[in-house]
Write a protein that binds this ligand. Structure first.
Ligand code: CMC
Length: 437
């Protein structure tokens, strides 16, 4: 007999009742209680603010064991992919469920290279942004605006969907690079079909029409690693946003644009910008990491150690390990030292010895060391969250595709427990007290 969980409760008349709910078991033996019939049969809903303990779907894309620090895309450990795979290998793996063959990868790369050009009218849209616009403000708007340029009906996941997958992966690097060029008042550089994905992005960011530019292979390699590490992370805030948006049958562009908005916040993808700003602030303030650790422990300070802590990882974040090693390798190879890297390491050491962080299982996350690398490459600090978005695109797309291919997919629509006033009588204007809650 299949596994069930029994819930005992009192009904409206106070009589003892019991309901058996089926248990769903995942391929890694994760267990969930299927509460689909709970409300219809008992009148109860579940309440879980912040979705701390709510499974929103079954998914075959990414597996995380936060207690053991495990992250796998379609079964492949992140450590292996970060060392051996190209970002577009990983994109194909996440979206289509298998590593591409040689010819599939070549096709995928070619198609993406062909679609990297932006519609020329988009340049005018870039011109309309104020000079100091945040890169994420531009990326969210431009991402959503792609749905105005490409209006073909996707239906569920089919040929048009696949074309839009290529369009998104191809155009996001161009959008970020164009936004950067706009912010520094330099000419937009067109994408090149002769360069690899990461090389092309670096070329668009940093080359100028006035002089030859050679992509630094170390930068391209480390960028590839960073993008692979960011490519998916199952039901995080932005991916859940993409799934919810897509569940209403919004276009892929619109759904992904919603994901970019959600990623922007400092508790999510915006943390990589905040980490570097925090490290800079520590340096300018004399470099006392202990003082900062103390400040982060004070709840009323409103300050958190940025790049620390994770909803799921309670031992270590495997991506942070890879990225810390990559930062050491890159800076070592370039024979440059960055005082912010030294401060980051001191800060990590101080926090990991502190009972507050130990008790709460707070470790450096993916955002703690990534900014050091981006900064070394010359990427402006405000653009770091956009780099996270670039890496996360395949994950968002993979989840949108999985959801669209699921015949049981329903529009995402959580419930609530209402806590407002009971039925109120309308008050004429001159008699209103006007108190706001
Ligand atoms: N500094 C100080 N205290 C912290 C921190 C931190 N970075 N993170 C969590 N805590 C404390 C928090 O105050 C709470 O303490 P208490 O139990 O006494 O109330 C406890 O640890 C649990 O925190 P929480 O906010 O309930 O945990 P959460 O799972 O809701 O939040 C988090 C996870 C990532 C939002 C949070 O750790 C945080 O704000 N970190 C800093 C921002 C950051 O680095 N975000 C990037 C996350 S990784 C990239 C991504 O996928 O987005």
């Amino acid at each position: 007999m299949s596994e069930t969980v029994a819930i005992h409760y009192k009904d409206a008349q106070g009589a003892e009742q019991k309901i058996e709910l089926p248990v769903i078991t995942g391929s890694e033996n994760e267990k969930g209680i299927d509460i689909g019939v709970l409300r219809a049969k008992t009148g109860f809903i579940t309440l879980d603010p912040g979705y701390m303990n709510t499974g929103a779907c079954q998914s075959a894309i990414t597996y995380i064991d936060g207690d053991k620090g495990i992250l796998r895309y379609r079964g492949f450990p992140i450590e292996v992919l970060a060392e051996k795979a190209k970002f577009l290998d990983v994109a194909h793996l996440l979206i289509y469920g298998a590593l591409p063959t040689k010819s599939q990868l070549l096709n995928f790369e070619n198609e993406i290279a062909q679609h990297a050009l932006l519609h020329e009218d988009m340049k005018e849209m870039f011109e309309a942004f104020p000079k100091g616009a945040h890169p994420m403000a531009m990326l969210t708007s431009m991402m959503a605006s792609l749905s105005a340029f490409y209006q073909d009906d996707e239906g569920a996941a089919g040929e048009v969907f696949d074309l839009n997958v290529v369009r998104i992966l191809a155009k996001v690097p161009s959008l970020i690079a164009y936004g950067y060029k706009r912010s520094v008042g330099r000419p937009f550089m067109y994408p090149s079909t002769k360069l690899g994905y990461c090389e092309n992005f670096l070329q668009m960011m940093f080359s100028l029409p006035t002089e030859p530019y050679e992509v630094d292979p170390d930068y391209a390699e480390v960028l590839n690693q960073l993008l692979v590490c960011h490519a998916d992370h199952e039901q995080n805030c932005s991916t859940s946003t993409v799934r919810i948006a897509r569940s209403s049958r919004a276009s892929l562009f619109a759904s992904v644009a919603a994901g970019v908005c959600s990623l922007w916040g400092p508790l999510h993808g915006g943390a990589n910008q905040e980490v570097i700003e925090m490290l800079q602030w520590i340096k300018d303030d004399g470099g006392d990491v202990k003082k900062v650790v103390e400040l982060a422990k004070k709840k009323d300070s409103g300050f958190r150690l940025m790049g620390f802590g994770h909803r799921v990882y309670k031992n270590f974040d495997p991506r942070a390990k890879i990225i810390k090693a990559a930062a050491d390798k890159l800076l070592g190879k370039l024979k440059v030292s960055d005082p912010l890297l030294d401060i980051a390491k001191e800060l990590e050491e101080a926090a990991l010895k502190d009972a507050y962080f130990v008790e709460r299982k707070l470790y450096p996350n993916v955002d703690f060391y990534s900014g050091i690398i981006y900064k070394t490459m010359g990427i402006p600090v405000k653009a770091f969250p956009a780099m996270f978005a670039l890496g996360r695109m395949p994950g968002w797309i993979a989840h949108a595709r999985e959801l669209s291919n699921d015949p049981a997919n329903k529009i995402g629509r959580p419930r609530q427990i209402y806590t407002g006033p009971n039925v109120s009588s309308f008050v004429p204007l001159e008699q209103r007290a006007g108190a706001r809650s």
